[in-house]
Ligand binder design. Structure first.
Ligand code: TYM
Length: 337
């Protein structure tokens, strides 16, 4: 059987360049490269999205999210499946079962939970539990590869642990996704991707950061995005060097340049290191970002909602078949069927 590559992007608002370079573009590149020999699943975790906002825009944002994949160059064929999480009830059913396998201790250690709940008692239980839903998203389809940004690696590790524990307790049932090191290699990278905030490069670029200049949104005017790169925080050393710990700002720019142009980071570093003209590098990266947004936005404008609405039922029929078969096996193993 073909191995499966799978990913999902939440749909709460317009995505950032971090989402784009960390997950969407790697997924599209992997899908276009491997979809002859692998099964490719792309889904919208819409049930997951409501952990942070429940409002009337969810449905339309869901369509938008799929249009993003198409606008980033995803080529469709019979091995590429696109669906909404909410249309495949097996995701929530498996979540309940895995809730009874996951422990409070491991769930409480999830960094995203700590960050998102800010330790508040008023944080909803969904924020605590969503990594288990994410594990179900992955395990129902036997995915080996799950291209995500570095901030999601802990959830991939949790998924592996739950799969291993379940298999150990109930017999071989789930494909255990590859460890993150192998995932990174499969994406053709040296490290997980964490695109930095342009103003405070010690932090990751995030849509929830209030500062306009900190982040580039996929909907930004391309020239405006280029200006944000030109004003990005770098450092006061004399020449360009890649070091994410001591020189996160300039390293972030080198990484963005490599990812957009699909070139090895090492090659970009060799090209720029030791040079003193930070401005030249910024101009180069600004032009790459501007071109990326121009192409992406043109493609987006040319993709209609109907294109998406037509492909979803096909993907959802397929997803239900695969997920229900795995869920039936799980029910049997735990003694529910
Ligand atoms: P989400 O929606 O927060 O983010 C979507 C993807 O974007 C990546 N990302 C980044 N990558 C690099 N640099 C950044 N600054 C940056 N910001 C965001 C995230 O790592 C992610 O890959 N739990 C997931 C969605 C999900 C999922 C799944 C993913 C639900 N079920 C199953 C894979 C498989 C999430 O909240 O991602």
């Amino acid at each position: 059987m073909n191995k499966t590559i799978l990913t999902g992007l939440r749909v709460n608002s317009v995505l950032t360049l971090g989402n784009y370079l960390g997950a969407l573009l790697p997924m599209v590149r992997l899908a276009n490269k491997y979809s002859k020999d692998y099964t490719v699943n792309i889904f919208v975790p819409d049930l997951h999205s409501i952990i942070s906002s429940i409002d009337g825009t969810l449905k339309e944002n869901t369509i938008r999210s799929i249009k993003y994949f198409l606008s980033a160059g995803l080529e469709l064929n019979d091995n590429v499946h696109i669906y909404r999480q909410s249309r495949v009830p097996a995701h929530t059913e498996l979540t309940w079962i895995l809730n009874c396998v996951a422990t409070m201790g491991e769930m409480s250690r999830m960094i995203q939970y700590k960050e998102k709940s800010e330790g508040k008692e008023s944080a909803n239980v969904g924020i605590f539990d969503y990594p288990v839903l994410m594990a179900s998203d992955i395990l129902l389809y036997g995915a080996s590869y799950v291209p995500v940004g570095e901030d999601q690696f802990q959830h991939i590790e949790l998924t592996r642990n739950l799969a291993i524990r379940f298999n150990h307790r109930f017999g071989d049932t789930f494909v255990v996704p590859e460890e993150t090191k192998k995932q990174v290699e499969f994406m053709g990278l040296d490290n997980g991707i964490r695109i930095r905030d342009l103003v405070n490069p010690d932090k990751k670029m995030s849509k929830s950061t209030p500062g306009e200049n900190s982040k580039i949104m996929l909907s930004d005017l391309p020239e405006k995005a280029a200006k944000k790169i030109m004003s990005a925080t770098t450092d006061s050393f004399e020449d360009i060097e890649f070091d994410l710990t001591t020189r996160p700002g300039i390293s972030n720019l080198l990484q963005i340049e490599a990812l957009i142009n699909d070139r090895p980071l090492g090659e970009i570093i060799r090209e720029w290191q030791g040079k003193s003209r930070y401005g030249d590098l910024k101009k180069q990266v600004a032009s790459s970002v501007q071109k990326l947004l121009e192409d992406f936005q043109t493609n987006y404008a040319n993709t209609s909602d109907t294109d998406v609405e037509e492909i979803l039922p096909i993907g959802e029929k397929y997803a239900n078949e695969i997920a229900n078969a795995k869920l039936a096996e799980v029910y049997q193993k735990v003694g529910l069927a």
